[in-house]
Design a protein around this ligand. Structure first.
Ligand SMILES: NC(=O)c1ccc[n+]([C@@H]2O[C@H](COP(=O)([O-])OP(=O)(O)OC[C@H]3O[C@@H](n4cnc5c(N)ncnc54)[C@H](O)[C@@H]3O)[C@@H](O)[C@H]2O)c1
Length: 276
């Protein structure tokens, strides 16, 4: 499918912050019409207003991606407003950090509802419309936690692995209809996500500081720029930044070394448990 951003209609879920905000800005800079969909109404409206102030066409809508009916209405609204839906970025996400032993059913439910069902709801709303149009592009944000073991983030990793599986499999079905599927798998990115994480039985502030001290956090604008290039090249799984590609190469070619690093990371997180 030939990728044309100029004049295209795009939805970015989780577009009020972090990677989604950078994706929305990158799309707007390329001339796309952007709908910023987020559970954070004020943040989404502020971002849309900032884009409009730069002369871009942007609107905001409040949506909880875990609500299938709301996501269907969101996509239907864009199709009505702009005549078609060219891009859907299923990007909204949250993270739970800690040992699985410390996670309750509510953690499983909310983490999977947003990170996996949020993507499923987006795909179910947009994909049939794109098939009817015989064009469109769906980009799902997973993570390198969707490509390899991520102790300390087990529920998140389970959801993100499912997002990768969904994206790569549907890609093979969608090609026949002129619809493109890509999945974004970033390493650590400098966004409010870690700060806003739910820490289960952990001293969250200390764990977050420890995570940040490890460094290697990519800038969200760099992730969005790599993503735009990956979409244009139709790269199936877009892994960024380079340190994330290195980590994935280690896991693939030296899996035990990769597991050793992951295990050390888990031990560091365990050090912040409140009830031992
Ligand atoms: N930051 C990282 O290190 C990192 C790494 C890999 C993957 N990711 C993924 O990137 C995506 C974006 O994360 P980010 O780092 O930009 O985080 P962020 O916290 O900066 O942004 C997430 C956005 O999603 C919105 N959101 C949360 N729940 C929602 C819901 N139910 N419905 C609609 N919107 C909702 C938030 O309000 C926020 O604006 C997520 O899917 C995340 O899992 C992040």
């Amino acid at each position: 499918m030939a990728i044309v951003f100029k004049g295209a209609s795009a939805i970015v879920t989780g577009g009020a912050s972090g990677i989604g905000q950078s994706i929305a800005r990158a799309l707007a800079a390329r001339g796309a019409r952007v709908l910023i969909a987020d559970i954070d109404t004020a943040g989404a409206e502020a971002e849309a207003a900032a884009l409009r102030a730069k002369g871009c066409e942007a609107v905001a809508e409040t949506v909880d991606v875990a609500d299938a009916g709301a996501v269907e209405q969101l996509v239907a609204g864009v199709a009505r407003r702009w005549g078609r839906i060219d891009f859907l970025f299923n990007n909204a996400g949250i993270i739970y950090v800690g040992e699985l032993l410390d996670m309750d059913e509510a953690a499983w439910q909310r983490c999977v509802d947003i990170n996996l069902w949020g993507v499923i709801n987006g795909v179910r709303a947009a994909y049939p419309r794109m098939v009817r149009q015989r064009s469109g592009c769906i980009v799902n944000t997973a993570s390198i936690a969707g490509l390899g073991p991520s102790p300390g983030f087990t529920i998140y990793a389970a959801a993100k692995h499912a997002v990768v599986g969904l994206s790569r499999s549907l890609r093979g079905e969608a090609r026949k209809y002129g619809v493109q599927l890509n999945v974004l798998c970033p390493g650590f990115v400098d966004t409010p996500m870690v700060r806003n994480a739910t820490f289960a039985n952990l001293d969250g502030a200390a764990a977050a500081t420890n995570l940040r001290r490890r460094g290697g956090f990519a800038e969200p604008d760099k992730v969005a720029a790599d993503l735009m290039q990956g979409i244009e090249r139709d790269t199936p799984v877009i892994v960024t930044p380079a340190t994330a590609r290195l980590a994935m190469a280690i896991l693939r070619y030296a899996p035990f070394t990769g597991e050793l690093f992951a295990g050390k990371f888990m031990e560091a997180i365990r050090g912040f448990r409140i009830r031992k």
